[in-house]
Ligand binder design. Sequence first.
Ligand code: SF4
Ligand code: SF4
Length: 370
Amino acid sequence: MHKIPDTFCPAKWDELYVSFEMNYAYSCCKGKTTKFTDTVLEFVDRERWAMLQGQQDPSCDYCWNVEQEGGKSLRHHHLEKFNADTFSYYKHNSVQPKLVQVSLGNECNFQCTYCNPKFSSQWEHDVNTRPYQVFSDRFFYAIDPKQPDVMENNIKFLGGFNHIGTLSIIGGEPLFNKKFFYLIDTVNADELQLSTNLAVKQDTLDRFLRACNKFNLVTLRVSIDATGSIAEFTRHGLDYAVFCNNLNYLIANAPANLKIIIGSVMSSITIRDLSEFSKMVIPLLGKQVDWHLDYCRDPKIQSMHTLPDHYKTDILDELVKLEKFDIRGVDMLQSVVANTTFNRILHQELKHFMQEFSQRKNIEIPLCLD
Ligand code: SF4
Ligand code: SF4
């Protein structure tokens, strides 16, 4: 049997993240992003080679730092589950990745307040027309140069694999992308994962439900964080009534291999609607529907640093009520709401930003920000 080098980590082969829009590729969600010029794996292949030579490649500093301090790194966790008999496939670079994530580019029909030009073409257009007066989050709204032919490159790249364990797709809004169905028709994967804003016509939804047939498992993360006018403001482009119809239709017609995750990234604005929002989500939870709660870190002006203290008691009470359900992220959100200190400067910036946003869109801010 081949000796496994001390610096080996299977995730360097098992996971692959690629964006043809930005020309970046990296293996493992904790690996350093590299910008390729000629071939997608030009850096990743070098990193794999270094790993096999017993070198601590800097792309994995995330793990080396943990290990240097005597801790158990993500690499250690991967190695615990690794079947050593398969090492020779890794050594000869002949393993197929278990997880491949591709970006479809930033085409999106929404302009959510906490999104940015990298993920939303609506944001890109808005910032290109006239930049926002932002201070703490100025890098968040930067527009990076983009490469053309993103979908063609994705289709060609994914077609090069005999088989993929899980294909994960990020956008933009995948269901808004005209070549999305062609892409998933051509790729050979067991599982599919993607996020959607669900602002689609019913025939698109029907087409998606039919497309699920070719996979063993499809995990669809439906993004929503509030109800009514607050949802329509923070997820600009959303028609809340249409969204609810689509969500109910999706759940009613979901094939057995479709897992639906209601994904909520709570900002200092949307968390104020948690009580109403919970009333909408809880009745939907069940065998095929989960709820994952997360919180906004960037832009900083929409993080919990701009949640005035006098709202916290009610929100924490509401979070206690959610403890009895099987919802991911409740404890994390409790800790973040309770422990994040209010920042007056960021809060002023939030108010300026929301005023500008609402003026540009000719809409009302649906709640008092103080
Ligand atoms: S060593 Fe760590 S950072 Fe590198 S691929 Fe493995 S898990 Fe990822
Ligand atoms: S729907 Fe998603 S990609 Fe589109 S603007 Fe909102 S958060 Fe960004």
